[in-house]
Design a protein around this ligand. Structure first.
Ligand SMILES: [Fe+2]
Ligand SMILES: [Fe+2]
Length: 194
């Protein structure tokens, strides 16, 4: 029976898109509380995304492509991103270096995302073609658990409640569900009544 879950590569691309959308809402002349809310939203979404990739996507790709160079550097890049996120969280948005540090984080994220979108995801679509939906279903299930764990901390950090984490972390799920509903109907068995 064919799976109905969106593919894991589609989910990963949508996560990237939503983090970039949060980044584009960041403006140096915005009030500090707004900057902090956007940074916390982007950072928490990145943490969840990186953990999902490390638990589900990278191991599956590693089995299919042992020794792949781009894959080998992916986890260390996530670790560097986590270090940068910790430094950013330790700063106040009124710190003179806050804007520059967030821009530096996003510059690294953009490079990492470019490698994934131009190398790893197309490779996965060839090497894991028959497993993409199954892996997507696993990612959805795990995402729900991680959002549940992260949500209280994100709300605490986001005093204005302007950008609840769920709006970003779950938006992919909603968008995917809608996209799935709007997709041209896959060939399906229909009953014919004579
Ligand atoms: Fe990644
Ligand atoms: Fe990614």
């Amino acid at each position: 029976m064919p799976s109905v879950s969106p593919s894991i590569t589609t989910m990963i691309r949508m996560d990237h898109t939503h983090v970039m959308a949060a980044f584009h809402r960041y403006h140096a002349d915005s009030p500090w509380w707004r900057k902090r809310a956007i940074v916390e939203l982007a950072c928490t979404a990145l943490e969840i995304h990186a953990q999902l990739e490390e638990e589900i996507f990278y191991p599956a790709l590693g089995e299919a492509l042992p020794g792949d160079d781009t894959l080998a550097k992916s986890k260390p890049e996530h670790d560097k991103m986590r270090e940068d996120i910790a430094k950013l969280r330790a700063m106040g948005p009124d710190d003179a270096a806050y804007d520059a540090r967030f821009m530096q984080l996003m510059r690294e994220v953009i490079h990492h995302v470019a490698d994934e979108e131009t190398v790893l995801l197309p490779t996965a679509e060839r090497a894991l073609a028959s497993r993409l939906s199954e892996l997507g279903a696993r990612m959805t299930k795990r995402r729900m658990q991680l959002v549940g764990q992260k949500q209280p901390a994100a709300i605490a950090a986001n005093t204005m409640g302007t950008f609840p984490l769920a709006s970003l972390a779950l938006v992919s799920l909603g968008a995917l569900a809608i996209a799935h509903c709007l997709k041209p109907a896959a060939p399906r068995r229909t009953k014919h009544y004579a």
